[in-house]
Ligand binder design. Structure first.
Ligand code: FE2
Ligand code: FE2
Length: 272
């Protein structure tokens, strides 16, 4: 690992690392360095760097269009492995999404706390990928053993020039969706008595609330700085960049905890 000199360089180094375990190791080391420097009052400069259009990815898993990814029943061991494999893929994308958010918008002046939040989120996603990969390996599989969705970087590409669009779509729509679906997944693994998968998903569920909250916090910060009304601004950005309606049922309690009120998401269940 190089001694990247700025936060933006650290982010690009993570994005350009292909192997999942190597990516998360570098991600966690850089996050620890940033946090230590901040605690010591010797802040690392944010700097500027050019993130890749697409993050580096391992040769496996093979990435397929969502309709070509085989569906398996969650009631079977193969189905549970497929479900966890899909979660591992989401977590690895999330590592890259958070580092991309850090590197992509350095031309927009933001307080240091913005970077603290996303570095912490990236560190947690790295932990999530490792926990889910450990569970997969305990079940005799591994990340890369199955195919995975190819479309995960779409939201990043679509919002590459719009920090508010990025915050609206990635943490406030996609990560909020994770809050809706994770309790059901925990139930699947609890019924199967897969204790380490249950523990991994509970860690994820607990920590993802904060990622959604960081999204809401910095979205509202930017609305306030630019004199924009948050709710119609959010609706406009999601309709522009997210190519589907939102699907209930929603986890209203956790969404509320994360600072996303019902009148932000319910109107988006209908196409405009
Ligand atoms: Fe995560
Ligand atoms: Fe997250």
């Amino acid at each position: 690992m190089s001694e990247a000199t700025t936060l933006a360089n650290m982010a690009v180094e993570v994005l350009n690392t292909a192997d999942g375990r190597a990516k998360t190791a570098i991600s966690r080391a850089h996050a620890a360095r940033w946090a230590q420097a901040r605690a010591d009052g010797k802040d690392i400069a944010v700097g500027q760097a050019t993130p890749p259009d697409m993050p580096a990815r391992p040769d496996k898993p093979e990435l397929l269009s969502p309709r070509d990814v085989p569906r398996r029943k969650p009631g079977t061991p193969e189905g549970r492995i497929a479900l966890l494999h899909a979660v591992a893929h989401i977590e690895l994308n999330a590592v890259d999404l958070h580092w991309d958010l850090i590197a992509r918008f350095t031309h927009v002046p933001m307080p240091p706390g913005f970077y603290d939040d996303w570095v912490k989120a990236a560190d947690e996603e790295s932990k999530h990928f490792n926990l889910v990969s450990d569970s997969l390996e305990a079940m005799g599989s591994h990340y890369g053993a199955l195919s995975a969705h190819a479309g995960m970087w779409r939201a990043a590409t679509d919002t590459r020039d719009d920090i508010m669009g990025r915050l609206a779509v990635v943490p406030m729509v996609l990560e909020a969706r994770g809050l809706d679906v994770t309790p059901g997944m925990i139930e699947v693994f609890r019924k199967a008595k897969a204790d380490d998968a249950v523990a991994a998903l509970q860690t994820i569920y607990g920590e993802e609330v904060a990622h959604v909250a960081y999204g809401s916090k910095w979205f509202h910060f930017l609305c306030g700085r630019d004199g924009l009304d948050p709710k119609p601004t959010f609706h406009g950005l999601v309709r522009r960049y997210f190519h589907a309606t939102l699907k209930p049922p929603f986890n209203e309690e956790k969404r509320a905890e994360a600072g996303i009120p019902p009148d932000f998401y319910w109107p988006l269940t209908e196409s405009s």
